[in-house]
Design a protein around this ligand. Sequence first.
Ligand SMILES: C[S@@+](CC[C@H](N)C(=O)[O-])C[C@H]1O[C@@H](n2cnc3c(N)ncnc32)[C@H](O)[C@@H]1O
Length: 299
Amino acid sequence: MIYKQYDYGPAAGSDGAGAMQARWDGHWSGRHDWGASDHTREALWPTIADVVGRPGALLEAGCGTGKWIYYFNRLGHRAVGIDYAPSALRVATSADPSLCVVRGDCRAMPFADDSFHYLFASGTVEHDLAGPDAALGEFLRVLKPGGWLMSSVPCLNVERRMMYGWLVARDWLKRREWLRRLARKRDPYVFYQYVFSPNAYRRVLERCGFQVVGLRPYGEQCDRTPIDFLRPLLRRRLRFYCPHMVMGIARKPVRHPEEIAPEVARKRAVRWGARRQDRTSAVHGSSSSSEMAAARVTV
Ligand SMILES: C[S@@+](CC[C@H](N)C(=O)[O-])C[C@H]1O[C@@H](n2cnc3c(N)ncnc32)[C@H](O)[C@@H]1O
């Protein structure tokens, strides 16, 4: 089950991808620091600690102001962040100039295939009106075979499902022009994000080629409901009773050697070509490519 959530936003009548990017840029502009403190106090920490064991090459897709990249570096990873909101990256680099962040779109990333051991994306893929497949397809491409994905999305949890009728009715009401004027909202009511039930998100990850290892709830939704007083009891019984987010933990499959033979041959041919190019650029005095191909887009 997937729910399409709308909100009042500064997207002047449009709810396409460009509007979303402008919205995030507005969201981060004016901020001056990332609020990083102790990573072990973050709601996500226990999940991350279980997955990112050995230090490796790690990409955060939709890194925002870079708080998590900072944490990952401190844990010994070689972390890189990508985000399409320039204001977020400005905050990241002014808070810590040593952070490696790249401006770009998660749906067409400037990194070579099989570059990263880990890919972390919290609250990123749900903001594309066309669905999360394009970004997840890119995540699969840049991960090494056997690499780990941690990608979270808002959760259509048990409580939200019980309130589903109300959510749909509220959306219908908010789309009325007279209500927007009555509520003195200047912005239109436009697409904001998809909210996924845990099973629906599992299916999306599998459809995009991942082997799902697990789904973990985290955070608590802040919407108020008439049955809030039952939360402590129901949360103990049902893992997905009222978490705000669901984290999908998955791996890029390691394929059988025979299956990948033609691909290996193709990659070797490409690498051989790249080496020749490196030699040529060395002659001309420029640096050669790094493990994760140099970003074509810079901050
Ligand atoms: C909810 S914020 C999460 C920020 C950060 N990961 C964190 O946990 O603090 C989502 C971020 O994803 C970025 N984002 C969403 N869709 C994106 C896309 N297609 N390409 C690049 N960045 C994207 C937004 O600009 C925003 O900074």
